[in-house]
Structure formats: structure tokens, C-alpha cells
Ligand binder design. Structure first.
Ligand SMILES: Cc1cc2nc3c(=O)[nH]c(=O)nc-3n(C[C@H](O)[C@H](O)[C@H](O)COP(=O)(O)O)c2cc1C
Length: 188
């Protein structure tokens, strides 16, 4: 079945590939989703978009809205594009795309051709956000908040040490990026 989908993937449009579900209907275990599968974060327009690999983060409620959060280093080109567009997608892929997902996390789109080189097929959602035909689950997000925690905001000794080590040679603090989930799409 998967083979048939792959063969036809290139010709299929968004509505043929994906169906919308409500956030309550997401069947993935949240800890598997955010802890074991690396999401691809994508921002930009059809003519110019950029993606990076992320890890960690979470799903929950913020200001009474279903929300995702992720932790992005301030230098990421994708973060710059999220700030510009104020919308973005988190895309989750089947295991067979691991190589491409790691590739998107291997170099910055700011000074490389990775977006031309990556063997994934970009697709525009009905709202104009960008994801990939190969994704199995897509969250479209509207930027709610970007927060930069101070190293003094951390309390557990283990985390304090980790943060101290992480920030010792850099001022590039990680940004906590919260986005309201506006649409959830799953592969048909
Ligand atoms: C498995 C994996 C997980 C990653 N997780 C994160 C993350 O959570 N936050 C982050 O800022 N960078 C993370 N990175 C690094 C970025 O994906 C990487 O620096 C990427 O090249 C940034 O691309 P950009 O500058 O085009 O946005 C991860 C990389 C990999 C391979």
C-alpha cells in the first residue's frame, strides 16, 4: 500500500493526501511524538521556505488554545522565518525518511542549498503554510510567544549544570517557541 502511495505522491494534491482532524483526535502518544520522532519545523512561503530538524518540546494548552512548543537556538534561520511569517508547521514523518530529516538538521539553509538538495516534496496547505507530501502528521501553528529564559530561571541542580555548560561559550540562548495549533492534518 505504502509503495502505491509513494509512486503517486508527486501527482497528488494536499486534499488527496491529507485529512484534517481535531487536536483531540491525535492518536500518537505525546511522549513518543515529542521524544522519539524528530519533527521538521518549516516556515516561509511557497517561493522561499526553510526547514530544520528539532527535538524535545511538547504539546499542551496555552491561553486556552491547543499549543505546541519547541526550543530553538536563536541563530536558526528557520526561527528567523517563523518570526517574519508568524506561522509555521511541525511535520512528522514515517521512519523511512530519517535520512532526509537528519539532513535538514545538518546545515543551515541560511548559507547552504539544503532546501534544494533535500529529497522531500514541499506542499502548501490550504492556509498557505508549507509542509511535505511525505509527512504523516502536520501541525500548522500560529506563533503565540517566544520566550528566552534566563539561566537563573532554572532550579534543579541537574538542569542548572546543563544550562551552565550549554551557555558557557555562547550568548546564543535557546528560545522557547509557543505556537497555537490552527490545523492538524493526518495522511489519508
Ligand atoms: C536530530 C536533531 C535534532 C535537533 N534538534 C534541535 C532543536 O531542538 N533545536 C535547535 O535549535 N536545533 C536542533 N537541531 C539542529 C538544527 O536542526 C540545525 O542546526 C539546522 O541546521 C538549523 O537549520 P536552519 O539554520 O536552516 O534553520 C537538531 C538537529 C538534529 C539532527
Amino acid at each position: 500500500m505504502r509503495k502505491t502511495i509513494n509512486v503517486n505522491l508527486k501527482e497528488m494534491n494536499f486534499k488527496q493526501l491529507f485529512e484534517q482532524i481535531s487536536p483531540e483526535k491525535i492518536s500518537d502518544n505525546v511522549f513518543t511524538l515529542v521524544g522519539k520522532i524528530f519533527p521538521v519545523v518549516t516556515a516561509g512561503s511557497e517561493n522561499h521556505f526553510n526547514s530544520m530538524t528539532a527535538s524535545g518540546g511538547g504539546l499542551g494548552m496555552l491561553f486556552k488554545k491547543p499549543t505546541t512548543w519547541c526550543i530553538l537556538q536563536s541563530t536558526r534561520y528557520t526561527l528567523e522565518m517563523i518570526q517574519k511569517e508568524q506561522t509555521y508547521t511541525l511535520s512528522y514523518f514515517p521512519k523511512e525518511y530519517k535520512k532526509q530529516i537528519l539532513f535538514l538538521g545538518s546545515k543551515s539553509g541560511r548559507d547552504s542549498e539544503k532546501m534544494k538538495e533535500v529529497k522531500l516534496t514541499g506542499i502548501k496547505t490550504p492556509s498557505g503554510n508549507i509542509s511535505y507530501k511525505e509527512a504523516r502528521l502536520i501541525f500548522e501553528c500560529k506563533l503565540t510567544e517566544i520566550t528566552t529564559p534566563d539561566p537563573d530561571d532554572f532550579y534543579s541542580l541537574e538542569v542548572k549544570d546543563y544550562i551552565k555548560e550549554m551557555y558557557k561559550d555562547t550568548n546564543e540562548h535557546r528560545k522557547y517557541v509557543f505556537g497555537e495549533i490552527t490545523h492538524v492534518w493526518v495522511k489519508k
